[in-house]
Design a protein. Structure first.
Length: 194
């Protein structure tokens, strides 16, 4: 870990995932406290992707989009939704010029694997099938997300490859959880030869 960033670790709120309902509420309150994004140049609409079960998405359309990003919120697979991700998804659409399809995938522990991945794959497939309606080139679709969402973006890219699904042009992974060993940087630092 970069020593300059280490000082910020105590500022991150700790989550107690033994009570998912309470932590979802806390997470939502943190997101609501963020300054609202400027959405004046975006058309924003909630939509439902037909699947089993249907998947809620929020679509952020800038003027003259160049592509699309299927965007996945963080929250340890337990927290997060369209509202908690709204500030980030809106800013991403605004600065990237891409249509952002923010996905409200099903959360654990109520919905076990592969529920979230199935939801994300349904949203990705729908985005590719409706690229013309969204005003984007179906060959310019990316996937991305933070933390758990970054892990899901990676997993859906692999699934799309393995199932000959929609082609993924790019992955935008912000702090993805990709290492199943659950090592901490402090363990790695202490294991280095001195």
């Amino acid at each position: 870990m970069d020593p300059e960033l280490e000082v910020f670790i105590p500022l991150f709120p700790r989550a107690d995932l033994t009570d998912p309902v309470a932590e979802r509420k806390n997470f939502a309150e943190l997101a609501a406290a963020l300054p609202p994004p400027d959405t004046a140049d975006l058309l924003i609409e909630d939509h439902t992707v037909p699947a089993d079960p249907d998947v809620p998405v929020r679509i952020y359309r800038p003027h003259h989009p160049q592509g699309a990003i299927v965007w996945l919120h963080g929250g340890g697979f337990v927290m997060g939704d369209l509202n908690t991700e709204h500030p980030w998804a809106a800013r991403l659409a605004d600065v990237s010029g891409a249509v952002v399809v923010s996905v409200a995938y099903r959360l654990a522990p109520e919905h076990r694997f592969p529920a979230a991945l199935d939801d994300v794959y349904a949203a990705l497939t729908w985005t590719a099938e409706h690229a013309a309606d969204l005003g984007v080139d179906p060959e310019r679709i990316a996937v991305g997300g933070h933390s758990a969402g970054g892990g899901l973006a990676t997993a859906v890219a692999l699934r799309a490859r393995d199932e000959q699904g929609p082609p993924i042009r790019f992955q935008l992974l912000n702090q993805p959880g990709l290492d199943d060993r659950q090592w901490r940087w402090t363990w790695l630092r202490s294991a280095r030869p001195r």
